[in-house]
Design a protein around this ligand. Sequence first.
Ligand code: ZN
Length: 121
Amino acid sequence: MEPKNLDHFKNKLLEMKADLQEESSSTMQEMKVEGSLFPDPNDRATLENDRGIVLRIRDRERKLLTKVEEALDRVEEGTFGLCERCEEVIGRARLDIRPVTTFCINCKEEMEASENEKKIL
Ligand SMILES: [Zn+2]
């Protein structure tokens, strides 16, 4: 990939990383504040439920953050934008939508197709 394009994706990934880190710290703070706001047991039950949802969101954010960090490593290594499976260049449009992807569209579709086959069988 050209250095110019690589920079574009590097910046994009760094932005994603900053956003994710900011979001996770604000979720933690909200949880603390809410905990002290609802002394009523019923409210607390609702809060526990909310907390479950929050934790699931946090879990997803954490996984995405790992993917973003791995993508940044690939930028440094010079393997960013290459498919892990066929080692072909991943399309620019696909990377723009999903910069953390590690498979080209063909491999992704083949893999999904075989997943679906397994489900049918
Ligand atoms: Zn591929």
